[in-house]
Each structure stands twice: as C-alpha cells, then as structure tokens.
Design a protein around this ligand. Structure first.
Ligand code: SF4
Ligand code: SF4
Length: 299
C-alpha cells in the first residue's frame, strides 16, 4: 500500500529515501523537525495557538521552540547520533513562511554544517508567491502546502481571518486571497521543479465533500502527492481545538475519501502527523534525547 507503487519513476527517484513518502524508507531513514517558527499569519478554526500548527503536526502538542542557531546545533547533534538522519523539516509550531528570517536562517546554517541533509518546509501557502525565489535559493527539496478548500465560501467556514500585506482580512475575502496565493504558489513551485505535496485537513460537514474538488485543483497544478489528514478532535483541550466541538472523521470516512481521490492522484496514507520537534524514524520519537539543554551541553 506504499506510495512507491504509484509514483512516476523520476519522482520516485527523488523521494525514495524520504521516510515520509516511502513505507520502506521509513524503516531505514530518519527525519526531524525543528520548531523555529512561532508566528502565524492566518487563523484556522481548528487551531489552538498554544500548540503546534495542525497543518503538519499532531495538534495538542507543545514543541520546544528553538533559535536558528540552536536548531542548527540540534540538527548536527542528531545527525551525528542517528546515522539514518536524512531529512530536516520546518513545520511550525506556527507557519514557517510567516517567520521567513528564522526559517531561512535555519536552512542556511544547516546547509553549512550538514550539507547532505535534505530540507523541506510546510506552509499554509499565504506567503508562497512572494517567497518562492528564496525557497529556490536554499535548495529546498520539497514543500508541503495545506490546502483545505478552493472555494472561498467553504474557506470562510475554516478561516476567520488572515493577515496579509499589513492588513487583516476576514470572511470570504480572506479565504479568496489565501486560496489564490496557495494555488499560485503551488504553480510557481512546480514550474521551478520543486516537489509539492498537499495536505488537507478533513473536517466533516465543512470540507469533506469539497476535498474531491481540491484534489483535482492541486493535481492540475502539478502537486505530486495528496495527504488527506483527519481533523483530530482533542476534547481534553476543550472547544478550542475542533471548531466548537466539531468531530473528526471516522477511519471509514477518511478511507472512503482517500479512495475517491485515488483514481486521480497519488494519495499518501501513512503520514503520522509528527510533532513540530519530532526526531527519529517514523513511529518513534527521540525528541526527549535532544532537548535544548542536552544539545547545548554536547560538544
Ligand atoms: Fe513525514 Fe508526515 Fe511526519 Fe512530516 S508529519 S515528517 S510528512 S510523517
Ligand atoms: Fe494554526 Fe497552523 Fe492554521 Fe496557523 S496555519 S492558524 S499555526 S493550524
């Protein structure tokens, strides 16, 4: 059931050692995330800002925030300890492209100290068109964009506001700007040969049926993989996460939607929604071994 069987050979060549894309690679290659990006420029109704960005990470988790220098030191420490370390992602705890200086500084430092490590970044896409050229400069292997809608009417139910070019926008207008930037950013990246994966959060009754349309729109713009993730309701965090008690999809509902999209495109089914400071092989979390305190004490 791996993605490997369905990807075109030239793409498979690029991602076969990436633990997130290959069921096989995830036993042999490790990845890590560093949480260097605290700010966000939009509000998702399903987000509780106290925790990691739900666009890529498991919600309800507080990741340890690092400066770019601390992050680079940590990457170096992890790569020296875990030889299978191949991929560094920046996925939060907010939106990496809403913190461009921190995100790009981290990539720059890591490229100097550990040049073999592949870099990836995930984003809500709002700032993509403006930052595509910088992303290309840093030799970023692939980009993940969270696209939950292509219809601003649906978007207005998911995003109460965005902050863009020094201005706050709300409602349908906010969702329209976000959607335009996401889709244009996706096109610009794929034109430049950067692999793009799309994440979508499935929210029953809000965008579940609409995600089939999202799937078509992102495929048409060159995305190589679509990862539909369940909204994870976390009752222990009250109504803050989960749109006022909004339930997540059942496993059957998720699978039915993934199957419905599969005919059109490669679907990713084994993303673990890792925390924004995850370290290690997928399914294992060694982040406790690499706290800032421990890393800073390493020579
Ligand atoms: Fe891979 Fe998904 Fe974890 Fe990112 S969140 S490292 S894509 S499994
Ligand atoms: Fe939260 Fe991420 Fe949405 Fe920003 S993009 S509001 S951090 S889930």
């Amino acid at each position: 059931t791996g993605t490997e069987s369905t990807l075109p050979p030239e793409i498979w060549e690029k991602v076969k050692n990436h633990p997130c894309y290959s069921e096989q690679a995830h036993h042999h290659f490790a990845r890590m995330h560093v949480a260097v990006a605290p700010a966000c420029n939009i509000q998702c109704n399903y987000c509780n800002r106290k925790y990691d960005c739900a666009n890529e990470s498991r919600p309800g988790v507080v990741s340890e925030r690092l400066t770019p220098e601390q992050a680079a030191k940590k990457v170096f420490a992890v790569a020296s300890t875990i030889p299978q370390m191949t991929v560094l992602g920046i996925a939060g705890p907010g939106d990496p492209l809403a913190n461009p200086e921190k995100t790009f500084k981290t990539f720059e430092l890591v490229a100097q100290t550990a040049p073999d490590i592949k870099l990836c970044v995930s984003t809500n896409g709002l700032m993509l068109p403006k930052l595509v050229d910088r992303i290309c400069q840093y030799n970023i292997d692939h980009v993940t964009i969270t696209v939950n809608m292509v219809d601003p009417e649906v978007g207005a139910k998911i995003y109460p506001w965005i902050f863009y070019e020094h201005k706050r926008y709300t409602g349908v207008e906010a969702a329209r700007i976000l959607s335009e930037n996401q889709l244009r950013g996706l096109e610009m990246l794929t034109e430049r040969g950067i692999l793009c994966k799309i994440n979508s959060v499935m929210i029953p009754g809000v965008n579940d049926e609409h995600l089939v349309e999202v799937n078509k729109a992102v495929k048409a713009r060159g995305a190589f993989l679509h990862n539909i993730m369940p909204l994870i309701s976390a009752p222990e965090h009250g109504t803050v996460f989960g749109m006022n008690g909004q339930r997540g999809p059942t496993a059957q509902e998720l699978k039915a939607l993934q199957d419905a999209c599969e005919g059109d495109m490669n679907m990713m089914r084994h993303c673990r929604q890792c925390r924004a400071d995850a370290v290690g092989l997928l399914g294992e979390d060694r982040s406790d071994e690499f706290t800032t305190e421990k890393v800073m004490a390493m020579e």
